[in-house]
Write a protein of this length. Sequence first.
Length: 107
Amino acid sequence: MDNDDTAAQTELREKRIRGLMLTYNDHPENEPDGWTVTPKKRFAMVERNVRDERVWMTGWDDLDAAGRYHTSQEDAWRWQIVRVVDLDTGSSYRGRLTVEWTDSSSR
């Protein structure tokens, strides 16, 4: 990828990030200055707090990293994944959590 391609990609990612911010920064207690979504990351994850509807956005290199972050949060149950957007293609993904069970009867 040459400099023109990189500049065009950054511009496209910035445009999509602005669109997400316009769409989801709809709560007075949102903290967009703390959002970590940047054009350096390919994916933007939008999470919404189930209690007060605040939104948080983070940037990720891939979908797996976004999923690992979400499930590893101490209070993951408070945050619903609204969507993850591929900032290069515009594709949108919805998260679905699964539960893995282990036998705890043989302590």
